[in-house]
Write a protein that binds this ligand. Structure first.
Ligand code: ATP
Ligand code: MG
Length: 566
């Protein structure tokens, strides 16, 4: 059941407010009822081979949320058993991102690599039980012997080695006697199993690689399917929640914890990955964009890594609400990116100040306003939230307005400025366009208006009405700034991939506006402060590039939405 059903159910039971449970909660309820577990322990198990993305946020909040809800515990565990792609930089970024998004693991931080001794002993236990053997087949031979989905595999010629020989060889593997790839340890299960994962899977390999945590202590490393259940069992994880592609691995997971005779073994539960339209999830693809220099690092605001979302101006609350709306499902589907935008708009709507900023300026000169005069006008900080109070904004003879708020020759239903037309300057006066100035290319450079002092905002003026209201900033006091506008980095309708398999990138994914003007209330604000720029959208100060003498804003999201909540 996804969250749509859930919300409807809540409505039907309005007075009782019964929220139905998702399928994982139902499993947990049953395990508690039947006494299989007393309290629950969940974990988030990232591999430190890249930065976390929005999909990981889902897993973090799901696991953390369950632990919270059931008064259980939540572990952050680095699944660092494959040193090839793992780095300390990634460990640090992951810790920061897990905390930021709201996965409070307290002091429950673990590293799978701290269990290498335990895993080695576990392998010996299997060998002693006759459940594992050292195999000398090459990787290619192992593949050939494995069979296919329609044909059973063949037993390895090394399958019947004696326990003593296996113990000796495995120890020698560990001691570095054999070259990389020359031998592996395999579980002895069933080469005829319809499940390919059960056909004597490799559980240890020889690989001389330095590990970010254990250095050169080991030259053999456990495989994921063997290591993961052991990690869970050691930490007393009760519900090991992973994504659907591991469904076929569950029999092997169960085999490992059963053969190793763990008391109260953990249980694997699979749910559908979160996919979003028009964005790139998948560490592999994100890493390629970073490595190829197509984006400005893992936190480029066009990405949906957690660090990019933070830099773009998303809040933890908006991401948490988004995950609530998405719900938990057993079948794969894509969520509209617009729903994430909806969540950040909703979160900022009543919390953040609404100020005036002109992104594509032209001058507006008020010909009948006294030269050199500055007056201060009162403006609400947030029209929908009176508690945010008011501020004073300077007004004077020369202002900036948005280029597209003026037209020489407007179409019908254009209610903004054009020769002869009168509009309201937001929080200020009515102005009437009397003339304009163009440069040698015919580009408008100045609009000349007269103002009517009677029409000051808040004065109760009711003499006549105007149809348009535009925003402005006073030229003398406005702060010049850079504003970056973003679009999706790929467009699903045009196809995410080109014929040659490369990504079909949107050439307009970033637009940089260097000559924007912001009202002076912005002075002193520092990243990650965010604002609504009236009529334009939500913007935040960029944490990487914004400096007090050169403000840089990211557009988080525009004001218009294509998403309608249920
Ligand atoms: P990617 O596919 O992006 O490379 P991964 O699954 O390889 O991600 P891990 O570090 O192994 O990355 O993942 C840590 C946890 O996050 C796993 O439990 C994994 O199932 C979960 N996870 C990864 N991607 C998603 C997603 N899109 N939606 C929900 N959970 C995810
Ligand atoms: Mg992975």
């Amino acid at each position: 059941m996804d969250n749509k059903d859930r919300i409807e159910e809540v409505k039907e039971n309005d007075d009782k407010v019964v929220v139905s449970k998702n399928f994982i909660e139902q499993i947990i309820d049953k395990d508690l009822e039947e006494g299989r577990v007393k309290s629950i322990v969940t974990r988030f198990p990232p591999e430190p081979n890249g930065y976390l993305h929005i999909g990981h946020a889902k897993s973090i909040l799901l696991n953390y949320g369950l632990a919270q809800k059931y008064g259980g515990k939540f572990n952050l565990r680095f699944d660092d058993t494959n040193p090839m792609k793992e780095k300390t930089e990634y460990v640090e970024s992951i810790i920061e991102d897990v905390k930021w998004v709201g996965g409070d693991y307290e002091d429950r931080l673990f590293f799978a690599s701290d269990y290498f001794d335990h895993m080695y002993e576990a392998a010996i236990k299997l060998i002693k039980k006759g459940k594992a053997f050292v195999c000398d087949l090459t990787a290619e031979e192992i593949r050939e012997y494995r069979g296919t989905l329609t044909e059973p595999g063949k037993n390895s010629p090394y399958r019947d080695r004696s326990i003593e020989e296996n113990l000796r060889l495995f120890e020698e593997m560990k001691d570095g006697k054999y070259p990389d790839g020359s031998k592996v340890l395999r579980a002895k299960i069933d080469m005829a199993s319809p499940n390919m994962n059960m056909r004597d899977p490799v559980i240890y390999r020889i690989a001389r690689m330095s590990h970010h945590n254990t250095g050169d202590k080991w030259c053999i490393y456990p495989m994921y399917d063997f290591a993961h259940p052991i990690e869970d069992a050691i930490e007393g994880i009760t519900h090991s929640i992973c994504t659907l592609e591991f469904e076929d691995h569950r029999p092997l997971y169960d085999w490992v914890v059963r053969e190793l005779e763990y008391e109260n073994p953990p249980k694997q539960i699979e749910f559908a990955k979160l996919y979003l339209t028009n964005v790139i999830t998948g560490k592999r693809y994100i890493k390629k964009l970073v490595d190829d220099g197509i984006v400005d690092g893992w936190d480029d605001p066009r990405l949906v890594t957690i660090s990019a979302l933070r830099r773009r101006g998303f809040t933890p609350e908006s991401i948490q609400n988004f995950m609530e709306l998405c719900g938990v499902s057993k079948s794969n589907s894509s969520v509209d990116y617009a729903m994430l935008e909806y969540c950040i708009r909703e979160d900022l709507k009543l919390k953040r100040p609404r100020i005036m900023a002109v992104l594509d300026p032209i001058k507006l000169v008020i010909t009948n306003y006294p030269e050199g005069q500055v007056e201060y006008l009162e403006a609400p900080n947030n029209q929908e939230n009176d508690e945010m109070g008011t501020r004073q904004i300077p007004f004077s003879k020369v202002l900036y307005i948005e280029r597209d708020d003026f037209m020489i020759d407007p179409p019908k239903k254009y209610f903004r400025l054009f020769p002869g037309n009168e509009v309201r300057l937001m929080n200020a006066y009515f102005v009437k366009c009397e003339s304009y100035v163009t440069d040698e290319n015919g580009q408008v450079t100045e609009v000349h208006c007269t103002y009517d002092p009677e029409t000051r905002s808040g004065s109760g003026f009711s003499g006549r009405k105007v149809k348009g209201t535009i925003h402005w900033v006073a030229a003398d006091t406005a702060v010049q700034a850079e504003v970056r506008l973003y679009e999706n980095i790929v467009d699903e309708e045009k196809g995410v991939y080109n014929e040659d398999g490369s990504l079909n990138l949107n050439p307009n994914s970033i637009t940089i506006l260097k000559n924007c003007y912001i009202e002076p209330s912005i002075v002193g604000e520092v990243p990650p402060a965010s604002f609504q720029f009236l009529r334009q959208g939500y913007f935040c100060l960029d944490s990487k590039d914004s400096k007090p003498d050169h403000l840089v804003f990211n557009r988080i999201v525009s004001l218009k939405s294509s998403y309608k909540p249920v």
